[in-house]
Design a protein around this ligand. Structure first.
Ligand code: GDP
Length: 483
């Protein structure tokens, strides 16, 4: 049920009696404030020569927030936002810490940095002097992909750290796939170069085997040898990040109401709810009415990554804000609103939407869904993640599935690997609208739970032939629906 007879009448600019009379002709005795179902609305509207388009509440909320596009002359270059990813123990945290210590703390008053979820550094010397970079300081691809699954794309450049005394490892591959799938440029940091057994050329070779040719070997991927311990190469790494950023021509308009994304939010015993947000465009000011997710409130105070109270934050600047009456989720968008009334209206709608979330849970791709999407002509690509017990079968399965591509439907293997189906596989599937195929492996408990919540299809097989046939049938729309 959608709108009442009275609302429908006013939308069509006719009297409510006419709408009620039309309902009666269909055998429906509606009162003025009675809500009508979709079919009735459609038929009644048709009588008055109106065609009805049903917009989901989600679209409606987004519609409310439709942003004006900035004029070219109002745009200014903004700092890139960087996420560091890589295999465990390859030095992600060390690199984030080194950069923070070397580039933020020294020379700044106070000198003690706060963990607020992101920090911003300014280059002090060299050709890039004066330019800034913002780092998200939750390393790893989990946060990155979780945000993407929620529709937030905040990372501009990814640094993938690979330990030069090790190899390209499963999580390195995962990080590469996550970044490439999101279309975010990568700079490789070949770390621990200070170690006597460091062999960066071996890493270059490993990467070449993954079809990633680094620049010093004539490829297009920038790489830099670094030590997160001594700091060797870190300045050059930052220069390379800035070079990627330059190619992206990142711009924002600082002279407008702020729009951005929530990075993290929590309840602090002393301060109340604190949310760290990253301004994408505009300038956020103390006193602004902020709407983030389903919460809104006036910004009471803003604190930057040095723990200093500030009055304003422009594009790419991370700040912690006080004043929201709750904790929005990481990845939620925030907007500065003109009035509390407007903010409250949308916040209420979103709250209602959240309650209805389970029924609305985004419809992700499933094998059964393929036939339907093909019928309405929206099915062009099937994204698949493959996990298996041994490398040989994963490769064999990947090759066979790729060969199922037809002129109409392209099969993409967006990630493959050996091991059980992990949370990270499921979040990637959610972000990329993919199905997960397991060969002789099972999902972890957490992965299973997330897959259930997000309605991600996991198909488990123990015979390669079965997997290929079932997916082939599905692509041809021949799969019998599951009971
Ligand atoms: P993460 O799991 O990727 O965040 O890795 P960490 O930053 O925790 O680093 C793992 C280990 O490698 C720690 O013991 C670090 O001290 C060490 N480490 C990180 N970077 C370097 C480096 O450049 N040189 C050396 N010698 N050790 C490093």
């Amino acid at each position: 049920e959608f709108i009442s007879a009275a609302e429908l009448a006013s939308l069509m600019n006719v009297s409510v009696n006419e709408v009620i009379a039309a309902c009666m002709r269909m055998g429906i005795f509606a009162s003025i404030n009675q809500r009508l179902d979709a079919e009735t609305i459609q038929i009644v509207a048709l009588e008055f020569n109106y065609e009805v388009e049903f917009i989901s509440a989600e679209e409606e909320v987004n519609f409310d927030m439709a942003e004006e596009v900035d004029a070219e002359e109002d745009l200014q270059t903004r700092a890139p936002i960087v996420t560091i990813m890589g295999h465990v123990d390859h030095g992600k945290t060390s690199l984030l810490d080194y950069i923070r210590r070397a580039k933020v703390a020294s020379g700044e008053a106070g000198g003690i940095t706060q963990h607020i979820g992101a920090y911003s550094v300014k280059i002090k010397e060299g050709p890039n002097k004066g330019k800034s970079i913002t780092f998200l300081d939750t390393p790893g691809h989990e946060a990155f992909t979780a945000m993407r699954a929620r529709g937030a794309k905040i990372t501009d450049v990814v640094i993938i750290v690979i330990s030069a005394d090790d190899s390209v490892m499963p999580q390195t591959r995962e990080a590469i796939n996550h970044a490439q799938n999101a279309g975010v440029p990568i700079v490789f940091a070949l770390n621990k170069i200070d170690k006597p057994n460091a062999n960066p050329d071996k890493i270059r070779e490993d990467l070449a085997k993954e079809n990633i040719l680094v620049e010093s070997w004539g490829g297009k991927f920038q790489e830099q040898e670094v030590s997160a311990k001594s700091g060797i190469g870190v300045d050059d790494l930052l220069d390379k990040v800035l070079l990627e950023a330059e190619l992206l021509e990142l711009k924002a308009n600082p002279n407008r109401n702020a729009v951005g994304t929530v990075i993290e939010a929590s309840l602090d015993k002393g301060k109340g709810y604190v949310s760290t947000i990253l301004v994408e465009t505009g300038t956020l000011k103390v006193g602004d009415i902020v709407l983030a997710g389903q919460y809104f409130g006036r910004v009471r105070a803003m604190i930057n990554d040095l723990g200093t109270r500030i009055k304003e934050a422009g594009p790419s600047i991370p700040v912690q804000i006080l004043g929201l009456p709750g904790a929005p989720q990481a990845g939620d968008k925030f907007n500065v609103m003109e009035s509390e009334r407007e903010a409250r209206e949308i916040a209420n709608k979103r709250e209602q939407l959240n309650r209805e979330m389970s029924i609305r849970a985004k419809k992700h791709i499933t094998l059964d869904e393929i036939g339907r999407r093909k019928a309405i002509g929206t099915f062009k690509e099937l994204n698949i993640i493959i996990k298996g017990d041994v490398d040989g079968s994963v490769e064999a399965l990947a090759d066979s599935l790729l060969k199922l591509s037809t002129d109409e439907v392209q099969v993409n293997i967006i990630h493959k690997g050996v091991g059980q189906i992990s949370e990270s596989d499921v979040t990637l599937a959610s972000a990329a609208d993919a199905i997960v195929v397991g060969f002789q492996v099972r999902p972890s408990n957490n992965a299973r739970k997330i897959a259930e919540n997000e309605q991600i299809e996991i198909r488990l097989y123990s015979i390669i032939y079965d997997a290929i046939n079932e997916i082939k049938d599905a692509m041809e729309g021949l799969l019998a629906p599951k009971e």
